[in-house]
Each structure stands twice: as C-alpha cells, then as structure tokens.
Write a protein that binds this ligand. Structure first.
Ligand code: PLP
Length: 387
C-alpha cells in the first residue's frame, strides 16, 4: 500500500525510462507520450544535450545561495531579457511560485508609487495559476478552493470571453489583470490576438498592469517563444515555468523595468530559485529552442497536426466537437466521455491528459517528428471509429 497521500488520481502504470517522444513502462510497453509531464519536457525525454549540460554542471557546483552571484543565472536572465519584453528576471522553482511572485511584483509597484490601495488582481473565472493558497483563490474556481478557506483576499474575477464583465470588474483598487493567453487547464481556450491587444489598451488606459501567465503556453509551446508575441504587445509581468526547465523544476518571473525597480534587496527570496544546476539546464533549453529553425519547425508541425485533426473532427463530428489550440498546445473538445476516450487512447499506447470543459490535451515534445504525429493521428482515428 502506498504511503503517499491520495491527492492524485494516478493511472496504475509507471515508467522505467523515456527517450524523445516515448516512455517505456515497467512491464516493457512503449507509449507515445503526448503529455510530456504536462508541457514540461519541451525537448522530450532524456535529451542528450540536456543530459550533458546537467552532468557537466553537477560535476562543478549544484547549489549556492542567492547571497552570491550565480553566473549561470546571470546568463539565463540576460538571455530571457534579450528574447522578450523583459528587463529583469526573478527565478523560482515552479509555476505557482512564479505566478505568486508576479502578484507580489504588481502589488509592490503600486505600494511603492504611493497607491497602496491599488492591490487587487483581476483574473478570469475558472482560470489556473497554480495550487498554492493565493494562486487557487486567483483562479476563481470553486472546486480548487473548497475546504481551503479562509479566502485569500485581493482577487476579483470576470467571465472569460466577456468583455463587459471584464471592464465592469475593473475598479480603482485594481492593480493588474492576470490571464493565461491560452487557457491550459481550463480547456485550451486561445485568447485571440485582437483581444490581447484590446487588453493591453485597457490596462494602459486604466493605468494598471498586464500579467500574462505563460507557465503552460510559453517557451515555444505556442510556436513562438512566448505566446503573446503573436499579438505584438508588451505585457508588464510574465510568469513562466514548465518548458524552461525541460523537466528540471524552474520557474521565473519576467518583468519590465518600471516594476522591477521596486523589487529591492529583501523584497523577495527563494532558497533554491535560480541555483546553478537549474540555471545550467535552463540555458541548455534556451540553446535548443533558439537554434535556427526550431520554432519554425514547431509551427510547421503544428500546422500539419491541426489540419489533420480538423479532418478527423469533420469525419467524426459525433465524437469530437472542436479542435482547439495553438502550436503544440492542442485540445480536443469531445462529445463523448473524456475519461473513456483517454483510456482508449492509452490502450492504443498514446498518452494524453484531460483539461476542463471535456477537453483532452495533446502536448507532444516541441521536437516531435511528423512520423510520430502520424502515429498519434492513426490512433486517434481508430479510437474515433470505435464510437
Ligand atoms: C497557466 C499555469 N499557471 C501556473 C501553473 C502552476 O504551475 P506549477 O504546477 O509548476 O506550480 C500551471 C500549471 O499547470 C499553469 O498551467
């Protein structure tokens, strides 16, 4: 009997090793892994380049305190600022921590400019920003917050996709709007570019900050390094995590200099955040993602995958209602029962994972081959046919 708490509904299988897009189970079966640790293993399992980077760093120094200068972190932060809107970075260990720091940065900004009452964060109802206390109350989901009161104050919510609800919810106390440009856990709902542009304008007009949570949709997942790039806007604060570590826990908050200025010594800290081992892996992930043609290939793989999936959808409209997503963050909104569909894919050695709204998520590694995508498409067709 397991001594682990029962907070996960685990599938009764475990894996001994992984290679690229594949996982190998204890009983010797090979699975096409289109979960990849939920959009974490951006370069697939056991990537040789990442193994080399982590081994090389492990032989030098794993961890030193943030009381000292960490060159590997300096390097990664510099590269993140060169490739994004950001002027400064704070490293963490996970997505939830990164979103919480994003909230801290926003509040600290208004506090520092003498607007202490401007401290509320406006989020989409039933969004997902992580499982720590503030993050669950930011998400505005009844299910996630049940039993975890008292409520963490300071969050307001608007209905996703409802412009009126959004503008009505902004008050004189609103410090920032925080949203996922592509809602991941919420069912792969893509915010259109025009809408992100509009959001930026609203934030400018109201003099509030725009926080874009790119924990799931960032680091090449959408086909751009960060997904907001499609909308050609500049956010103020962006939490990232998942893909930047390629499987090693890294979180980070990217921010512009306007807000970074007030994160003075002592305003935030983390024991592990930004340690040499993590930073070396982060730098190795960046090396690969910014290799010439890498992101173009994510976009072309996505184009092929989405086109084929839409054909399957039109062949089986009673099974699949809609194909959602951008890049390799793909959702199938089902008409049939989600758990049953996922089980059938699993029985055919294809791993996928659920999201809200009866959606299954398809999250291959970013370097997936067309051959592997075709294998997944054949399994999906077979399973659709079985209904
Ligand atoms: C958009 C978003 N924000 C935050 C988080 C929390 O990340 P973590 O589980 O690393 O704390 C997630 C995790 O799925 C996420 O999808």
């Amino acid at each position: 009997m397991s001594s682990l708490a029962k907070n996960y509904n685990r599938r009764k299988i475990s894996f001994t090793r992984g290679k690229g897009s594949y996982l190998y189970s204890v009983n010797g079966k090979k699975y096409l892994d289109f979960i990849q640790g939920i959009a974490v293993n951006s370069l697939g399992h056991s990537n040789k380049y990442l193994i080399k980077a982590i081994n090389s760093q492990a032989n030098k120094v794993w961890h030193v305190s943030n009381a000292f200068i960490i060159p590997e972190g300096e390097k990664l932060a510099k590269r993140l600022t060169q490739k994004t809107f950001a002027d400064a970075v704070i490293f963490q260990n996970s997505g939830a921590e990164a979103t919480e720091v994003a909230i801290k940065v926003a509040r600290r900004y208004f506090y520092s400019i003498g607007q202490k009452k401007k401290n509320r964060i406006l989020c989409a109802k039933n969004s997902f920003h992580g499982r720590t206390l503030a993050a669950i109350f930011a998400s505005g989901s009844k299910k996630m917050t049940e039993g975890f009161g008292p409520k963490v104050e300071g969050f307001d919510h608007f209905n996703f996709g409802d412009h009126k609800s959004l503008t009505k919810s902004i008050s004189s106390k609103t410090a920032a709007i925080m949203i996922e440009p592509i809602m991941g856990e919420g069912g792969i709902k893509v915010i259109p570019d025009w809408c992100l542009k509009e959001l930026r304008k609203i934030c400018d007009k109201k003099k509030i900050l725009l926080i874009l949570d790119e924990v799931q949709c960032g680091i090449g997942r959408s086909g751009k390094f960060l997904s907001y790039e499609y909308a050609k806007i500049k956010p103020d604060i962006v939490p990232i995590a998942k893909g930047i570590g390629g499987g090693f826990p890294i979180g980070a908050v990217l921010m512009n200099k306007k807000v970074a200025k007030y994160m003075t010594p002592g305003s935030h800290g983390s024991t592990f955040g930004g340690n040499p081992l993590a930073m070396s892996v982060g730098n190795a992930v960046m090396d690969q993602i910014f290799k010439k043609g890498f992101l173009n290939k994510v976009q072309s793989s996505s184009k092929f995958f989405l086109k084929e999936l839409n054909e399957i959808q039109s062949d089986y409209p009673n099974v699949i209602q809609e194909i959602r997503g951008k890049g390799l963050l793909i959702g199938l909104k089902l008409k049939v029962e989600q758990a049953d569909f996922i089980k059938k894919l699993f029985d055919n050695k294809l791993l996928t994972i659920k999201a809200a709204d009866n959606v299954i998520r398809i999250l291959p590694p970013l370097n997936v081959s067309i051959k592997e995508i075709k294998i997944a498409l054949n399994v999906l067709k077979k399973v659709c046919k079985s209904y």
